[in-house]
Design a protein around this ligand. Structure first.
Ligand code: ADP
Ligand code: MG
Length: 727
């Protein structure tokens, strides 16, 4: 039997998963596997607890003196919960989390003891030679250090077979260069804190700290495992390289927010349960637009913890799906012509007093403060749009951006009609007739900015960067991305812009301008000079592409070209001024991302050639052969020409499609050779993007056409309709 049919049979008889045992209230298990402040208090002496809390709150590294007692407390807590191993958990530039497990077990005079020392808590030295480093270290100097980031809590990861104590760490080379996403993220948070706190001082001298916040909505697809294993392309690249469109796609629009299928519901319940235990505040779950597509989102948190949580969540989604005989696809575009998946990064800034700096206030002073942060973010996006574009670039996201269901590769900001009017009125106060009420901007002066009532329903799903009432939503981020990459850039550019803002305001104050007037001057300037980045219309339309061009906005469709922004003088100056990356770190990162891109696309090229030659063409030729027999036999028994003509045409059509596929495949191979002969990684990646990848779609066209001709029971790969609709 065709393995597809066996898969379909298997899915029909799958047993329902037994519901997990869980308390009715999530609060009963929330954070159960996290060494949170409550546990610290319980397991630590008062002095050590207070010192640790201080380090955490102030973002300091923990003092050596307390690392011993803290390690003992963590070990006691972890062993009470049944953990047997520990690992430093870090985020190398591969984009996945990395871990190396060590047992607590030690032998002392032949006696087995459980040991976990302060040193092991604070620092480790994993052999790091096989992590990407972009040439920062040669393999003989393979030492890398991981060190505890105590601002992110220690947690226990459990599965049916055991429990592991995980310590979130930074990953740094022997020579001090960052090899991960966490170090630059922490640095960017620190810079943003300094810059934003200084600006807050104009309004509220009690503000001591500002932290960026992030709530990331995660989209993903679920398909049955039986189909997944029959699709080598999904297995190796995360996306289907072939597949004809199903008769029914998403045109009925009946999936979005529709009722959740029971099997998926079971998966989601377990996912939520496990996430809650890990302290991930998962809050929403629903169907997405495409069939088989879903979304979940945790409540926002301080950005460093939020990013650790999104990384963990992706891992959990993957594992939990497998427990339910499902596979989660986190790729940005697993299915052509069907909506892709994003990870909307909702971002804002919050003071230590808990005030959201992007939330309009209730009085004029608060509103002025809001406008400062609001217009500064927009100005920063305008100034550094190309860097933001680069920060979301990946082989997967290139399929999604601009593909009619995702924001285009053009960066623009949507703010809604109300705020547009507010900004317009600030730079050009409306003229009033005698009958009008006095204009608040003119008459009452600058400190009397009116109360802002924001209507949250003003949404634009087509914008890559949208203001949604009290936060910006960076919607162009890809579903499989580590959010740190775009968030490092966002924090850094806003920090830079806030510093510039303060400089400009202070200069005016020094020249005798009143503070509020000086602030409003700069706001006005920012509104005017960043106007080009604001766009309220349909971001998916062709008209916008033209309009954006006339505004001078870039539209860089392919990642290898977008990545050039990292190396431009302006970016290097930004990164080095803000001390986020050194010049060699920038180049190393560029190399790593380009290399990663190249690896991804060359695996795709391999699998395309492989599947075409060893699965598709044989199926086509077998069918063709049987048709030839039929025609021959038909002629033998003297059938009329008109009775065999159609079959003959079919034979020819198949022959032509097979021929074209093979031809294109040869061209693909040739182009790949040429790409590989380019001297630099960057050039190779660009050559791939421009000259190799176009063959992917051309080959696909032939194969998808064959899928529509070849008998269903002879088609080797699970079809779109099966993967998307059968659960
Ligand atoms: P939607 O965009 O679907 O309307 P929500 O308004 O519920 O969704 O919010 C989406 C995400 O934005 C959630 O993760 C939420 O916690 C997050 N969010 C809300 N406020 C903030 C904030 N101040 N900073 C960062 N993220 C926030
Ligand atoms: Mg959203």
């Amino acid at each position: 039997m065709n393995p597809r049919f066996s898969a379909l049979n298997l899915i029909q008889v799958r047993k329902k998963s037994t519901p997990i045992e869980r308390p009715s209230r999530p609060s009963e298990i929330f954070g159960k596997n996290v060494f949170n402040k409550k546990m610290m208090k319980h397991y630590l002496s008062k002095e050590v607890y207070l010192e640790l809390k201080r380090s955490i709150d102030q973002g300091d590294t923990i003092k050596r003196e307390i690392s011993g007692p803290v390690a003992n407390a963590i070990k006691a807590w972890a062993m009470d919960l049944g953990a047997t191993h520990f690992t430093h958990w870090f985020q190398p530039l591969t984009g996945l989390a990395a871990e190396k497990h060590d047992s607590f077990l030690e032998l002392s005079d032949d006696e087995a003891i459980d040991k976990f020392s302060g040193n092991e808590l604070v620092q480790q030295e994993p052999d790091a030679s096989s992590f990407p480093n972009g040439g920062l270290r040669s393999t003989f100097e393979a030492r890398g250090y991981t060190a505890w980031d105590c601002s992110s809590p220690v947690f226990i990861f459990e599965n049916a077979y055991g429990k592991t104590l995980c310590i979130p760490t930074i990953f740094v080379s022997y020579t001090g260069e960052s090899l991960d996403f966490k170090i630059p993220l922490l640095k960017s948070m620190h810079k943003l804190d300094q810059a934003a706190t200084a600006v807050c001082q104009y309004f509220d001298p009690t503000v001591e700290r500002v932290s960026p916040t992030l709530g990331a909505e995660q989209e993903y697809f679920l398909i049955d495992e039986a189909f997944f294993t029959l699709r080598p392309d999904l297995l190796l690249t995360g996306r289907t390289v072939f597949g004809a469109a199903p008769a029914r796609g998403q045109q009925l629009d009946d999936h979005y927010f529709g009722s959740i299928p029971e099997r998926v519901f079971a998966f989601m319940t377990e996912l939520e349960h496990d996430a809650h235990k890990l302290g991930i505040p998962l809050k929403t779950r629903h169907n997405e637009v495409a069939p088989g597509q879903f979304e979940c989102a945790p409540r926002f948190e301080e950005i460093n913890v939020a990013i650790d949580h999104t990384q963990l969540l992706m891992d959990l989604i993957d594992r939990t799906a497998q427990k339910h005989n499902l596979r989660a696809l986190l790729h940005e575009k697993p299915f052509a012509r069907i909506n892709g998946s994003g990870k909307h990064n909702n971002w804002s800034m919050s003071t230590d007093g808990g005030k959201n700096l992007l939330s309009p206030g209730t009085n004029p002073q608060e509103n002025l403060m809001f406008l400062v942060f609001f217009t500064t973010v927009i100005k920063a996006v305008h100034e550094y749009a190309d860097l933001l574009r680069a920060s979301i670039g990946s082989a997967g996201n290139d399929h999604r951006l601009g593909a009619n269901e995702a924001p285009p590769a053009i960066i623009s900001a949507f703010i809604g009609s109300q705020l547009t009017k507010v900004l317009d009125d600030i730079i050009k106060p409306p003229r009033r007739t005698k009958k009008d009420a006095p204009n608040p901007y003119l008459k009452l002066g600058i400190s009397k900015i009116p109360e802002l009532f924001l209507d949250n329903t003003d949404r634009n799903r087509t914008s890559p960067f949208a203001f949604t009432g009290n936060k910006f939503e960076f919607r162009a981020v890809g579903s499989s991305a580590n959010s740190a990459r775009p968030m490092i850039i966002l924090n850094t550019i806003v920090a830079q812009q806030l510093m510039d803002f303060k400089k400009q305001v202070d200069a005016k104050i020094n020249r005798g301008r009143k503070q509020d007037a000086a602030i409003l001057d700069v706001i006005k300037d920012y509104i005017k000079t960043s106007e080009a980045i604001r766009f309220e219309g349909d971001g998916y339309s062709d008209a916008w592409v033209k309009e954006a061009e006339s505004r001078g906005l870039s539209n860089i469709k392919k990642t290898p070209h977008a990545m050039d922004a990292y190396l431009k003088e302006k970016a290097v100056k930004l990164f080095t001024d803000q001390e986020i990356f050194t010049e060699s770190e920038i180049h190393a990162r560029y190399e790593v991302f380009m290399d990663h891109y190249l690896n991804k696309v060359s695996i795709e090229a391999d699998i395309i050639a492989d599947l075409a030659m060893t699965s598709i063409i044989p199926a086509a030729l077998t069918y063709q052969k049987s048709l030839i027999h039929t025609v021959k036999a038909s002629k033998d028994i003297g059938l009329k020409r008109s009775a065999v003509g159609a079959q003959q045409e079919l034979i020819e059509e198949i022959g032509e499609l097979v021929g074209k596929t093979m031809n294109l495949n040869k061209k693909l191979t040739k182009a790949r050779k040429k790409a590989e002969s380019q001297p630099e990684t960057g050039d190779q990646a660009k050559y791939y993007a421009d000259e190799v990848i176009p063959f992917f779609d051309q080959i696909r066209e032939q194969v998808d056409a064959l899928e529509m001709l070849i008998p269903d029971d002879a088609w080797p790969l699970p079809k779109y309709r099966e993967m998307l609709f059968v659960k």
